[in-house]
Design a protein around this ligand. Structure first.
Ligand code: F0G
Length: 460
């Protein structure tokens, strides 16, 4: 019998344990968001109905991850849970040294404390906000070198996360002796969750080799990136995603990792590399700030959950569902005329707030305006990725970001298709009233990473 094929891509799991959602009224949400200074990070999560603020640490763990937690060994040094974790990491990323941290930015902090400093320059396709902040905090400069297509909100380039290889070559020729490491973020979160091709990684590695530079991956969403490679890159169709991940790893000298994304953890991260001397320096700092090298700020049970999560995230049924369900939201919004960044990324759909609210100038934060409106209308929490997040330069000046986006980040295995149908309806509802939305001004802001805590008020 031939295998019948069906159009619907289903969740490759059923639900084992449920959490209630708290329904609220629009009046309640309006009061809550005013109370939070119109900053969605400052809301009580209980006042949120569908939380698409981030896909970080918000996924649902599997039965087998919860079982692995029971297996956790909490020995201070040399816990068997560490070796289970290390081997699961090495199965995909066969680096000599695997150093756990409590999350991704802790790995960044340690690495850039060792490699950064005044006068240094770190190129990346696009730095994520904490990565940029950790580079700049050391006095170094963070430079984004994504290809020109990656800066356009629309288009059909299959790998909009790629790095501009000739721009990298030019930078290394001009300032190479100040560059301690070249970074590639897979997928490129700040650029719309867009993938990087193996061919581009290979070309970047060749340029790094020519200049004697090390290449590191910021690999939070490595499995989603590998699935896009399998789907889109010539010659990659039909390959096992784990093999593609190992190819990605082999092209780099090391990595920083937030295990709160693809490894399906609620907490965790790591640093990995081949270089013995660099690993030694990182471990010394790790002991100062995170903990002993076999737990690095995590409990043994966390390490076990991550090891199991790494085995689950590379399963094809999961990745097919994951990437398809994100595209489902993006395609529905696109059909409804809501401007979205295309192609749709892996972990999130990005609304183009600047296109939807042309009457709100970038320095009045169209992304903030749209994000607050989505919350007020339907209790959907999203995240501004635009001028609020990136507009304040290290010298204190304020400039519009390249794009003003609102990210609907989709937690892994957490929401069902009807939740997403509701989100689509809320977005359509707000888009129909877009011309009524006003801009915002900032009334208080911290010196760095202002988006997390700033207070806003509407411009009259
Ligand atoms: N790198 C990238 C590409 C990220 O997306 C993140 C986190 C980090 C590093 C830092 O990792 O949170 O474990 O310290 N991104 C989350 C987000 C917060 O919402 O996109 P972390």
């Amino acid at each position: 019998m031939t295998e019948p094929t069906f159009r619907t891509v289903i969740e490759p799991f059923r639900i084992h344990s449920v959490e209630p959602l708290r329904m609220t009224t629009a009046a309640h949400r309006r009061a809550a968001v005013r109370e939070a200074g119109n900053n969605l990070f400052r809301l009580h999560a209980e006042d949120v109905l569908i939380d698409l603020l981030t896909d970080s640490g918000t996924g649902a763990m599997s039965r087998d991850q919860w079982a692995a937690i029971q297996h956790g060994d909490e020995s201070y040094a040399g816990s068997p849970s560490y070796y289970i974790f290390r081997d699961a990491v090495r199965e995909l990323f066969p680096y000599e040294h695997v150093i756990p941290t409590h999350q991704g930015r802790a790995a960044e902090k340690i690495l850039f404390t060792v490699l950064g400093g005044p006068g240094k320059v770190v190129p990346n396709n696009t730095h994520f906000d904490t990565t940029r902040a950790n580079v700049e905090y050391t006095g170094a400069e963070a430079v984004d070198l994504v290809i020109a297509e990656g800066r356009e909100p629309r288009g059909d380039h299959p790998f909009k996360g790629n790095m501009d290889v000739s721009a990298l070559d030019a930078l290394l020729r001009a300032r190479g002796h100040h560059v301690p490491v070249v970074f590639m973020t897979v997928t490129n979160n700040s650029g719309g969750g867009q993938p990087v091709s193996l061919a581009n990684l290979r070309a970047v590695r060749e340029v790094c080799d020519a200049h004697g530079k090390r290449l590191f991956l910021d690999a939070c969403r490595f499995a989603e990136n590998a699935w896009f490679i399998r789907e889109r890159e010539p010659g990659q169709a039909g390959r096992d995603v784990s093999d593609i991940v190992r190819d990605m790893a082999a092209l780099a000298h090391g990595m920083t990792m937030s295990a709160k994304k693809d490894p399906m953890g609620n907490i965790g991260g790591w640093l990995a590399m081949h270089d013995d001397a660099l690993a030694q320096q990182c471990r010394n700092l790790l002991i100062l700030t995170e903990g002993f090298p076999t737990y690095g700020g995590l409990a043994g049970r966390d390490l076990e959950a991550l090891a199991q999560g790494l085995r689950e995230v590379v399963q094809h049924d999961y990745l097919r569902y994951r990437i398809r369900s994100t595209a489902y939201v993006g395609e529905a919004l696109h059909r409804a005329g809501v401007p979205v960044l295309t192609p749709v990324g892996g972990h999130a759909v990005y609304l183009d707030a600047r296109a939807l609210l042309p009457h709100v100038p970038p320095l009045q934060y169209p992304g903030q305006s749209l994000a607050v409106a989505l919350y007020e209308a339907g209790g959907v929490r999203s995240c501004e990725i635009g001028t609020v997040m990136f507009g304040r330069r290290p010298d204190g000046a304020e400039e519009p970001a390249a794009l003003d986006l609102v990210r609907l980040a989709i937690p892994r295995r957490t929401y069902t298709q009807s939740h997403m149908d509701y989100v689509i309806e809320v977005c359509e509802h707000v888009a129909r009233r877009a011309d009524e939305l006003t801009g915002y001004r900032i009334v208080d802001e911290p010196p760095a990473l202002r988006h997390f805590t700033a207070g806003f008020e509407p411009v009259a």
